[in-house]
Design a protein around this ligand. Sequence first.
Ligand code: 164
Ligand code: MG
Length: 379
Amino acid sequence: MHIKEVVLHTVKMKLVAPFTTSFGTFNEKHICLVEAIDESGISGWGETTASDEPYYNEETTYTTVYMLKNFFIPRVIHQTIKHPMDVHDMLTFVRRNQIAKSAIETAIWDLFAKKNDISLAELIGGTKTEIEVGKSIGIQASPEKLAEKVGDYVDEGFRKIKVKIAPGEDLEYIDAVRKKFPDIPLMADANSAYTLDDIDHLKKLDPYNLMMIEQPLAHDDIIDHATLQKEIQTPICLDESVHSLEDARKAIQLGSCRIINVKIGRVGGLGEAIRIHNLCQDNGVPVWCGGMLETGIGRAHNIALTSLSNFTIPGDTAPSSHYWDEDIIEPEVTMDQGIIQVQKGPGIGFDINREKLEQLTVEKESITTADTPHPIPTA
Ligand SMILES: O=C(O)CCC(=O)C1=CC=C[C@@H](O)[C@@H]1C(=O)O
Ligand SMILES: [Mg+2]
C-alpha cells in the first residue's frame, strides 16, 4: 500500500457540555483529522486526541500538527507499507509524541481495512459484534449534582459510571453516589491529583467498592503506584502512566496496577494498543478503552479496538450526542441501553459528513511530498 497524499483537516468543535477534570475544564477543542489517501483515491481517517492545552500529557493539537507535517507524514508518504502493524516501528525514530503518531497510524489502519474490504474490527481480530459502554462524568458543582447526573446516565443504561475526583471533591461525592446507587459499577478517575502522602485518605475509598481508582498518582509514575496498590484494596487502573507496551510490562511486573485504561492516542496507535491488550490478556489484567472526547472518527477506532476479547470492562465510549451537537461522521455513534453495535462496514465503518467537516474546518493542508527540513530515515 502507498499513501500518495495526506490532508490535515483541523476543526474547531464545541462540546455540548463543559467537561471538568482535576486539571481543568474543557468547553471546546481543536482536533486535527488526518486523511490518508492511497493511489486509487481511497481515504483512511485518524484523529489527534490531544486537547488545546498540554494538561493531560505533553502534547497539544498544535504540537501534533507540527510533528505530523515535519516528521511522521514525511516518513510514511510514498513508502511501501505492507501492513499497518509495521507503522509503529517506522515512527520510533522520534521520541514519544504518541498522539501525533497515532493520528497517522490509525488513518493507515482504516485505509488498509478499506482496501481489503473488511471492517477494522475484523482486521484486528475482534470477536465481539456489540460492546458494553460506560459514561465518564466531569467534576460536578456538588455531591448532590453528581448523584443526579449519575442517575441520568444509569437511566440511559450505561454499563459503567466513571466520576472524576480530586482532593476536597472525593469522599463526599463518592458517598453521595453510593448512597443513591449502592450497586452500580462505579469507578473514580483522579488524573494524578494525589500523592503517597494521601495513602490514609485514599484508604477511605475502600469501603465504597469501586471497580477501580484511575491514575491516582503522578502522570509519569509506575513505582509509587506499586507502593500505593499494596496499601489499598481498590484496584488501581493506570491511564497517563502507560505510554507503550514497555510501560505496561513494567507496571504489571511491579504490581503498579490491576487494570489498564488503553487509549489508542496515548500509546502511539492501534498497533501498540493491540500489543498492550495481548500482554494484559497473557497476564490476567483486564483492559478497557478510555476516551479523549473524540469525534466519531476516534470513537469508531475505539469501538473497533473494544471488540477484542480482553476488553472486559466497559469503556468511556458514549454516543456522539453526548459530545457534539452534530458529529462529522454518518451515521453518528448511537447506543441502546449501554450497548453499541460494532460497525461492520469497511474500515471504521462510518462515512465522513464532508459538508459538516467543511463547516467546522479552521485550517486545511494537503501534503503530497516527503519534503521536510529534517533528516528522516527511510530504511
Ligand atoms: O471521552 C470521554 O468521554 C472520556 C473523557 C475523559 O475521561 C478524559 C478525557 C481526556 C483526558 C482526561 O481528562 C480524561 C481521562 O483521564 O480519561
Ligand atoms: Mg483517565
